[in-house]
Design a binder for this molecule. Structure first.
Ligand code: AMP
Length: 304
């Protein structure tokens, strides 16, 4: 099945306890599309400025990523985000967000885009997410990610779109912020009550919890000794997760669990280097190898 993603393609400035970079490639849709393209074909809908060079575009080339929906606007600047992490790498502190080209972006989906099977609304202003959803005909699965900025500044719009999606990928802290509920499971149930069938809660180095009205599944994060830069881990997870699901004919409960592990495996590569530097050098074989390691990590036998 095909996946369409709308979200940010960006330049980031990042500081972690281990290093600093003033400008590198980033963006929610960038990480998502590269990760998902390991498993399926991706259509990317986003906008960049004319400061986005052919070299920057190289990340998408030679992959299963269709760029017909990537607009380049002359005389404008690409979305810019600057973030900082302390020793607790689970918490990103935003220093600056410049929407630039995204401030007046009006996505126009092509006929092919409108017929997508899977739609991923990656982190971007919720009204923009809604605009893309409205143009799609009948996706089989609509999934959404968001962030603290939009919960704080556009909560009504966010709630409107949460009512229309099947699956939500969200950080633990964002569940608490959105629901004002300290208990994660109770908070998750509040979001499910709005309409989504599945909630996937990202818990940084502690892994992922998938919550549906009748089940909970938890997976740890792959235990890395050297986490360098967590930026993009969430979007990479979402790309691996949905990309794998889209590559399956029928999605069973087992597929959902495997998808969680593939998402976690891909995210574990992203955090090893700045930007998409690690993601761009790995192969599907590396992904499968780490997937097997992950199986060993989480396997246990019942009593005879
Ligand atoms: P994450 O996977 O949550 O670490 O997302 C990191 C990416 O999100 C960065 O590469 C940023 O460019 C992008 N980002 C940060 N803030 C925003 C925002 N407000 N809207 C869209 N994308 C953002």
């Amino acid at each position: 099945m095909s996946i369409l993603v709308v979200g940010s393609v960006a330049f980031d400035a990042i500081q972690t306890p281990f290093g600093k970079i003033d400008r590198c490639l980033g963006g929610s849709a960038t990480y998502f599309s590269v990760a998902a393209s390991f498993f399926t074909e991706v259509d990317l809908v986003a906008v960049v400025g004319d400061d986005f060079s052919d070299d920057d575009l190289a990340i998408f080339r030679g992959r299963n990523i269709n760029l017909d929906g990537l607009q380049r606007v002359a005389g404008a600047k690409t979305f810019f985000w600057s973030g900082e992490y302390g020793f607790d790498l689970n918490v990103a502190k935003t220093r600056d967000t410049q929407l630039n080209v995204f401030a007046d972006f009006k996505p126009q989906l092509s006929e092919k885009h409108r017929n997508t099977d899977v739609l991923f609304l990656a982190n971007i202003q919720p009204d923009l997410q809604l605009e893309v959803l409205r143009q799609c005909r009948r996706p089989r699965v609509v999934a959404l990610d968001t962030m603290n900025l939009w919960i704080a500044t556009a909560k009504e719009s966010l709630t409107r779109i949460l009512r229309e999606v099947d699956l939500v990928v969200i950080n633990e802290a964002e569940v608490r912020q959105y629901t004002e509920e300290a208990n994660l499971i109770k908070g998750a149930r509040q979001i499910l009550a709005l309409g989504p069938r599945t909630l996937v809660v990202k818990r940084g180095e502690y892994g992922v919890m998938m919550i549906t009205p009748d089940a909970v599944f938890a997976a740890p994060a792959y235990p890395l000794e050297a986490v360098f830069d967590p930026t993009g881990a969430g979007d990479t997870f979402a790309g691996g997760f949905l990309g794998y699901l889209a590559s399956r004919a029928d999605v069973t409960d087992r597929d959902l669990r495997r998808a969680i592990v593939f998402g976690s495996v891909l995210a574990s590569f992203t955090v090893e280097k700045f930007s998409l530097d690690r993601l761009r050098e790995i192969t599907l074989n590396d992904v499968y190898e780490r997937y097997q390691e992950f199986r060993k990590l989480t396997h246990f036998e019942d009593h005879e």
